[in-house]
Design a protein around this ligand. Structure first.
Ligand SMILES: Nc1ncnc2c1ncn2[C@@H]1O[C@H](COP(=O)(O)OP(=O)(O)OP(=O)(O)O)[C@@H](O)[C@H]1O
Length: 310
């Protein structure tokens, strides 16, 4: 059964933390086919450690799962979960992403976005470092571990890695594939024409491709972040599985499953005055802000759409 594309809510609201909205499996439960999309979207905030002088001047305070203005506590924003600055990426992964990876192996689409202002820790959370692996390496290892537990099925896993830079899509695995076009057809739905896909069989192979792709991502220095991501990246794994017992005479509709796991590291929203952007950086910044606003609108519409149809 081919599953439907996922929906996610990315709030365009700015705050000092990096928000990681996650979309739960897109294939709707047959028991609850009209469950609203909003219920399947979770927004988790991860606070990053701030230098003492910034921490003191920050007007925001975390209280439980809400962020409030210290001077005006009635102005508060509630989230599904807030992780304090002492948390580890593994905690964030375990709480909100692990089940999405497990579901992807079972045939459900899932997406995780890292959304937040520049320098808030999105790339730190998604990619991580040698000391603290990010959501992407944790998910990749988990995915192959989970696959091994499904002895009754055989799997084919493919990956692709792309960036959206100044409204243009570039293939990070084949850097000469630039300015790719989005197409749509009946068989494939919406897809990026010419985007390369690699068949992968182990986490090490995937992470090698990811490192190669990262080295081609657009990064630039701004006043707020020495290594600021100037593009959105979409790391995508397509998981196809087939029931080993299926001899193709049986007419089981669940014999072949195809699902997609998207792990998205968005470029950070920014204020030109603060980032000191001019010239190329300013142009990038305005594309980034515009696209983040559009993303927010699209996800909001998608999440309301189900209600509208109900
Ligand atoms: N939880 C954390 N613990 C320690 N250091 C962190 C944490 N989060 C972020 N940092 C550090 O803060 C800096 C900015 O982080 P990062 O580059 O991930 O931000 P970003 O949100 O991806 O920014 P941009 O949108 O500009 O790309 C980096 O030096 C990173 O190592």
């Amino acid at each position: 059964t081919k599953s439907k594309a996922p929906a996610a809510l990315a709030s365009s609201r700015q705050n000092p933390q990096s928000a990681t909205p996650t979309a739960a499996p897109a294939r709707r439960s047959p028991l609850d086919p009209r469950r609203p999309a909003m219920d399947r979207i979770h927004v988790t905030v991860r606070a990053r450690p701030l230098p003492p002088e910034d921490a003191q001047s920050s007007p925001w305070r975390i209280s439980g799962n809400a962020v409030a203005l210290t001077a005006q506590p009635s102005i508060r924003f509630e989230f599904d979960r807030i992780f304090g600055e002492d948390c580890h990426t593994a905690d964030v992964y375990g709480a909100r992403t692990k089940h999405i990876v497990d579901s992807a192996v079972q045939g459900f689409n899932g997406t995780v976005f890292a959304y937040g202002q520049t320098n808030s820790g999105k790339t730190y959370t998604m990619r991580g470092s040698a000391n603290e692996p990010g959501i992407i390496p944790l998910a990749v290892h988990d995915l192959f571990r989970t696959i091994q537990q499904h002895m009754d099925r055989e799997f084919l896993v493919r990956m692709s890695y792309m960036e959206i830079y100044n409204e243009e899509i570039n293939d990070l695995l084949v850097p000469e594939h630039r300015k790719l076009q989005i197409h749509e057809n009946y068989e494939r739905g919406i897809y990026v024409a010419g985007l390369s896909e690699e068949i992968v069989t182990c986490p090490e192979q995937v992470l090698k491709f990811v490192s190669f792709g990262e080295s081609h991502r657009h990064i630039g220095e701004t006043n707020m972040n020495v290594y600021s991501s100037r593009s959105h990246t979409i790391f995508r794994m397509v998981i196809e599985s087939r029931d080993k017992a299926d001899d193709s005479d049986t007419d089981s509709c669940d014999a072949v499953r195809v699902s997609v796991l998207n792990l998205v590291d968005l470029a950070g929203s920014e204020r030109a005055a603060k980032t000191g952007a001019e010239g190329v950086r300013l142009k990038e910044g305005s594309h980034i802000n515009k696209s983040l606003m559009t993303l927010g609108t699209v996800i909001k519409k998608l999440s309301e759409g189900i209600k509208g149809q109900g």
